[in-house]
Design a protein. Structure first.
Lengths: 400, 400
């Protein structure tokens, strides 16, 4: 029998306990031994839980028990979650988590700490919820030099945008609906402002390129300013506006990372990723383009990723097996405005004025909201230069 | 320095040698040591190759060299490929392969042999080419009980169907074009008849359900009989006809596996998988639906999967880490006709006759080719019963 301890009995933590119980036999086959929860740490009381006897309030009990091989951290944040993670790794226990804030801020250090103490630090659940994406990048695509990762990695904002696009709801109404359905927090700012997407694209960049990208260095825009006129104009060519996190490595090795709304043409598979689903595209020199899709949040999908990582941590035993990246200075950070793509622009000008400014343009719509058009490929710098002095109502990158 | 030997210097084998060379630094970081090719085994001569000095003709040289830690088998088939794989595993060397015929026929035994000798047998490249799908199933979704896997896993047939659908080419013309472009073999029967898809769905079933599914037990239909009239009728609702391999585990634990053309409604992401791309959907009780997409064939995508597996084999060291499944008797095999779905039917009858037979139907088209319509959900048995004595011109499952 192998023992795990679960820190935090919230949505994900309780899902992990439930899933370890429900799929006990399959897990035992995969790991080669039965896995059971020995402790659950939470400040709250759960006297009616079937697992009531497992609850403890003092992390030192878990830390000192040599029978605990794996610690599951589903507390969230960078406070006690970080303290307990460090203490567990220092005690030689592997740690598995869904905590994207902690991994994006301190993952590099925590992986090094784990390696030092021959313990795994695994976090598949921190990006894409139930969508396998971190192991595919660090294991299956390890033989390739990756050049770009982008995707829809926040289910809340994607749900809101889907409602705005399909049902014509305003942002405020769609947000309220998402809150009523439990898809958005009472304080939805980390989702709506793009901060959650920022943390996830950092983790993806860390693993894809082997360099630590700090969230504070990533330019981040949310969805609160997206207007119905733009959604309608995009819809006229069956395109969708989506919140995209993106990280691109240039030929000089520098990495551009950002979060912003984009227009996705219908040819792009991500244009069809709706509601709370996530979709992530990975590009590599040898592999070309791969795409990963599934439920990006929710109790059981996220718990599946955590439980799978528990199994993986128990199967692995050499430090070299762990994903890793190294610290990186500003020299590896490129400006996203260097990236070249077509642009969606809506501005108070007519077709002719647009053509004079941008050359060959594709007009989607002209009405009282101005003219919406697509430009040819150009960098953000070139686009901004052309737009100097122009009353631009919307400017988005186009993904094809 | 860690050494590998490559068996077979064809498309994939030469890609592996090239990629190990090109991405040497990244691979060394991932593995913790440099990886180099020490031998290439081929019956042919390659005097002008930059790797000419590495070629050998006798497998015994590789087998006897304790410096060789990993053997890459890209010979194909179940003859010498099988013999060399067994001898390498017995010598304690890990084996990595893209050989779907060998894995689908003898994978279960070869994994057991590897485990006995503390050597890995890894084959991510055998399904989906460059699409990560086997590790995601056996590692990332290991915590879930999977219920179904289906997908487009043969690029050749998908290219032919895409040409028939988008450019109105006949099957024969599309096949000839695929051959000219190198997407189809001179003898395309294993692709066209669905045999290649059958092998891949067996491997997917093995890993998803932990039971060995022999290719000979899987009912397999190809694409040669698909007619333009059906492609046109499907197109009238923006649906596409695709060759799908599918394996489903019922609540009683029995597994239904088959290969056949399907109508994919536009809501299904796989309807948008075109040309030589592959797409695979995995369903689980806790995770819901995940989807994996990318280049299903080609020298470098496949070589990426092989090289990534070489790295993974070198990182792993405990036998418990390997994917595994157990032998299974007929009691685990269910009949695909038990599976319930809507059906696409084209027959010489009018709307009223269809409604009398099937109740509420959706008519897509009526013309000199008969009436094409969608039924409600029913099993294959129920559908066949209703069609007794009917002149059915086409009968396909519908995926929504």
């Amino acid at each position: 029998m192998i023992y795990a301890a679960v820190l935090g009995y919230g949505t994900v933590g309780s899902g992990v306990v439930e899933l370890l119980d429900r799929n006990r036999d399959k897990i035992a086959k995969g790991v080669g031994d039965e896995v059971a929860v020995k402790y659950i740490l939470d400040v709250r009381e759960f006297p009616d839980s079937p697992y009531a006897s497992l609850f403890v309030k003092d992390f030192a009990v878990i830390e000192a028990d040599p029978e605990v091989a794996v610690v599951v951290e589903t507390i969230g944040g960078v406070g006690v979650a970080q303290t307990f993670t460090r203490r567990a790794l220092e005690a030689g226990k592997s740690v598995v988590t869904s905590n994207k804030e902690l991994v994006s801020e301190f993952g590099c250090e925590l992986l090094a700490l784990g390696k030092e103490h021959h313990a795994c630090y695994l976090f598949e659940a921190s990006v894409g919820g139930g969508v396998p994406i971190l192991h595919p990048i660090s294991v299956c695509l390890n033989g390739d030099e990756l050049t770009e990762v982008y995707g829809i990695v926040n289910g809340t904002t994607n749900y809101i945008l889907t409602q705005m696009i399909q049902n014509g709801l305003s942002f405020e109404t769609a947000l309220r609906q998402a809150q009523e359905l439990g898809y958005a927090e009472r304080n939805p700012s980390a989702d709506v402002n793009g901060v959650d997407t920022c943390r996830k694209i950092c983790i993806l960049a860390d693993l894809a390129f082997g360099k630590n990208i700090a969230p504070s260095t990533v330019r981040t825009e949310g969805i609160a300013d997206i207007q119905m006129a733009d959604i309608a104009a995009a819809a006229s060519i069956h395109a969708h506006i989506k919140l995209i996190g993106r990280t691109v490595r240039g030929e000089d090795g520098r990495i551009a990372s950002y979060v912003a709304p984009h227009v996705l043409l219908m040819e792009n598979l991500l244009a069809h990723v709706e509601d709370v689903f996530n979709g992530i595209v990975v590009k590599g020199g040898a592999t070309g383009e791969t795409m990963f899709y599934g439920k990006g949040a929710g109790k059981m999908p996220t718990a599946t990723a955590v439980v799978s990582d528990i199994c993986e941590a128990l199967r692995r035993c050499r430090a070299e097996a762990f994903p890793h990246w190294e610290m990186a200075g500003e020299e590896v950070l490129a400006d996203p405005d260097e990236l070249v793509n077509r642009w969606y622009i809506r501005a108070n000008m007519d077709h002719d004025e647009a053509a004079v400014l941008f050359g060959d343009v594709t007009v989607l719509q002209t009405d009282e909201n101005g003219t919406a058009f697509l430009t040819g490929p150009m960098s953000g710098f070139a686009c901004a230069e052309k737009l100097e002095g122009v009353d631009a109502l919307a400017v988005y990158r186009v993904l094809e």
